[in-house]
Design a binder for this molecule. Sequence first.
Ligand SMILES: [Zn+2]
Length: 254
Amino acid sequence: MLMWYTLESMQQYLLGIATFLTILGMVPTTLAARARPELQGQVVIVDAGHGGRDFGARVTGVDEKDLVLSISRKTAAALRGAGAKVVETRRADSNLISRRPEPSNLQRMNLQARVDLAARNEADIFLSIHANKYSDSSVHGAQIFIGENPDAERQLLGTCLQAEMSAVSGGRRQLDMLRDLYLMRHLTIPAALIEVGFMSNPAERSRMLDPRYQDQVAQAVRRGVMCFVRGRSALNLPPHQTKDPIATPDVPPV
Ligand SMILES: [Zn+2]
């Protein structure tokens, strides 16, 4: 009797533990299912650089405009997967300006169209995806450009993206806050130009053409954006840090 009692108690005890462990296992899943996706509420512009007649860098038959379109599509999907509302500047090999005859300042108009798209969509974050080219083929690694005199938000975005992209690409390139870029100068929101790597470096070029590496880049950008959004709330910065609009000076595009 005592034995039976003990056995019965033991069974109940084990059943209790099993139930407890099951519930424990289910709680995080339930919470995760109910939790707000981390980038929900964020409007992100994903800009595949160049397009149409503007092919960007060209190395051994590979055009930057095609390479970055592929990476941008994957990046857009990764950000959507994390809950962001993503607007893509182009989803095919095209200009943003369709005017005949093509104006002589088409390249600058294409850049301004990107700035206008961000304003129309009240975007929170702008990411422009590019691939680099240099005369020295040993130069490699991802690099983030955020334009001259970036504010605290843009520096945070750039720092987050540089860390994530360097971890994936290797290399020792650092966040650039010196180069004057049309997009960075005219956008008034957190924005970054992501040079994924160097097409002039044969190893990096073939890696960038590999869809699996492109997926890794897309995930690195997603993590960088998440790092920025978390960091911004820690800094208590408002989601829209609007500045006075900057007049459009008559300058050549970069
Ligand atoms: Zn480019």
